[in-house]
Design a protein around this ligand. Structure first.
Ligand code: CTP
Length: 416
C-alpha cells in the first residue's frame, strides 16, 4: 500500500481510541492517511492527536468555511484511493444506508467514488437489532466492504459481536483491497471479503546463503533478503500460512510468518522440502551456486593454502521444487537476477528450471536494486513478458501475491 491515500473517518465510540494505532500501522506500511472526525468521534479522540499522527490537519466540520475554501468535501472524497470508516457506529451505518449527508463525514461518504471499507463497532444489541441488520444488508448490496465486527467482552460489560476489528485486521483488509488496484478488488468481491490467500500455504526462500570454507570463513553474496521478506509479509497479509526459509540477513522476522533460519544452500533445500505441501513456492533467495568442495576442519593458514579453492555445485532449490511430482506446489515462482540480456535470460531460466513464473530484474549496480528498497521487474509467464513499472519491493510483493492468488483460484484445487 506504499503511497496509497487513505481517508479515515473516525466515528464516535469507545473503539475510536484504536484509530490512532490504525493510523500508525497504515503509515508504517507506507500509506498516506488523512482523517475526518465526526462530532461524536471528536468526543473520544482529539483532532490534534489525529493530526499529529497523520502529519496533516484532521477535518471535523462540513461547515468550516475555511476548510471548504481550502479543499472542499468533494475533493476530500475523491483524493483518496480508499475510504475507511473505523469505528463505524450504528448511527453512521444508518446514515450511510439512507444516503444522509448532514455533516462532513456523511457528505464525503455520499460524494465519494472510491471503495469504502467499514469497521463496525457497537453494543451487541445494537448490532443485532433488525434496523442495523437491514442497513448492513443494504450497504453490502451497495458495494460497501466490511471488516469485523469481532466477538468478545465489550466496554459496556456485555459479550457478543460488536467489537471493532483490531487495527492489524483492518490493515490486512485495507491491504487486500489496495494491492493490484481494481484488478484485486474483483478478486476480493469474488472471495466475499476474505483475504484472497486464506487457507493457502506459501513457502518463500529469502536472503543469501553462507557456504563455509573453514570455521571462520564463508562464501556469500550481497543479497539483503528485503524482497523475499516483503513477499512473505504480503502473503501473510493476504491470509496465507507462510513458511519463510531465510539465509543470514539483518532484517526483522515478518509478523505472522513461521521463519526457518538456515545458513547453507543444502540446509535451505532441506527446510523448503520440509515445509511442503504448499500451494505456492517463491524462490527469492540468492542461493550460492557453489560451496567449498571440502570444508576445512581448522582455520586455513596462509602458508597451507594453495591458490585455488575447490568448489562443488549446490543443489538448485527452484529446479528441485519445480520437478516434484504430486507434491509440486501449484505455482512455482523464481527470480532471475541478471546484469545483461535480462528478458532473454529470464525466459530461458523459466524453461531450464521448470518454474511457472520468473520475476526478472536487472541487478547491475547502477540500478540500485540489489540491497535497495525499490525494484523494477518483468514478469515472465507461459503467456509472455509483462513489463512492470518501478515500485517499492513491498508494492511489488503485494502485486505479485495478488496475481498469484488470482492464478491459483483459476487452477484446480490443491491435492490435500
Ligand atoms: N535458485 C535456487 N537454488 C540455487 C540457485 C538459484 O533456488 N542453487 C533460484 C533463485 O532463488 C532464483 C532463481 O533460482 O529464484 C534464479 O537464480 P539466479 O542466481 O538468478 O540464476 P542461476 O540459476 O544462479 O543462474 P546463473 O547464475 O547462470 O545466472
Amino acid at each position: 500500500m506504499h503511497r496509497k491515500r487513505i481517508l479515515l473517518i473516525v466515528g464516535g465510540g469507545i473503539a475510536a481510541y484504536k484509530s490512532l494505532d490504525l493510523v500508525r500501522r497504515l503509515k508504517e506500511r507506507g500509506a498516506r492517511v488523512r482523517a475526518i472526525l465526526t462530532k461524536a468521534g471528536a468526543e473520544f479522540v482529539t483532532p490534534l492527536s489525529l493530526s499529529v499522527l497523520c502529519e496533516e490537519k484532521a477535518f471535523t466540520d462540513l461547515f468550516d468555511l475555511k476548510d471548504e475554501a481550502e479543499i472542499g468535501h468533494i475533493r476530500l472524497s475523491r483524493d483518496a484511493d480508499l475510504v475507511v470508516v473505523a469505528p463505524a457506529t450504528a448511527d453512521l451505518l444508518a446514515k450511510m444506508a439512507h444516503g444522509l449527508a448532514g455533516d462532513l463525514a456523511t457528505a464525503v461518504l455520499l460524494a465519494t467514488d472510491k471503495p469504502v471499507l467499514v469497521a463496525p463497532a457497537m453494543n451487541v444489541r445494537m448490532w443485532e437489532h433488525a434496523a442495523t441488520k437491514r442497513n448492513v444488508v443494504r450497504l453490502k448490496e451497495d458495494g460497501i466492504y466490511f471488516v469485523g465486527p469481532g466477538e468478545g467482552e465489550m466496554a459496556c460489560g456485555e459479550y457478543g459481536p460488536g467489537r471493532m476489528a483490531e487495527p492489524a485486521e483492518i490493515v490486512e483488509a485495507v491491504a487486500g483491497l489496495l494491492v493490484g488496484g481494481a484488478e484485486n478488488l474483483r478478486v476480493l468481491s469474488r472471495t466475499a471479503l476474505g483475504p484472497s490467500l486464506r487457507g493457502k500455504r506459501v513457502i518463500v526462500t529469502s536472503g543469501p546463503t553462507h557456504e563455509p570454507v573453514d570455521p571462520v570463513r564463508y562464501l556469500a553474496n550481497r543479497s539483503s533478503g528485503k524482497q523475499g521478506h516483503a513477499l512473505a509479509r504480503a502473503a501473510a497479509t493476504l491470509g496465507a500460512e507462510v513458511t519463510l526459509v531465510t539465509g543470514p540477513v539483518s532484517l526483522e522476522d515478518p509478523a505472522g510468518v513461521s521463519v526457518v533460519k538456515v545458513e547453507t544452500a543444502e540446509q535451505m533445500l532441506a527446510a523448503a522440502l520440509a515445509a511442503l505441501p504448499a500451494d505456492i513456492a517463491i524462490c527469492a533467495a540468492a542461493v550460492a551456486d557453489w560451496r567449498a568442495a571440502e570444508e576445512a576442519g581448522q582455520k586455513i593458514k596462509k602458508r597451507e593454502s594453495g591458490t585455488t579453492l575447490k568448489l562443488a555445485r549446490n543443489p538448485d532449490i527452484l529446479a528441485t521444487l519445480s520437478a516434484l511430482g504430486a507434491n509440486r506446489p501449484q505455482l512455482v515462482i523464481g527470480f532471475a537476477a541478471e546484469t545483461e540480456n535480462v528478458v532473454a535470460n529470464a525466459v530461458a531460466k523459466r524453461t531450464a528450471k521448470g518454474a511457472d513464473w520468473i520475476v526478472a530484474n536487472d541487478v547491475r549496480p547502477e540500478t540500485g536494486i540489489m540491497g535497495g528498497d525499490r525494484t523494477k521487474v518483468q514478469l515472465v509467464t507461459a503467456s509472455g513478458v509483462e513489463d512492470w513499472p518501478a515500485m517499492s519491493k513491498d508494492e511489488m510483493a503485494e502485486r505479485l501475491l495478488s496475481r498469484a492468488s488470482e492464478a491459483i483460484l483459476k487452477l484446480r484445487p490443491a491435492a490435500e
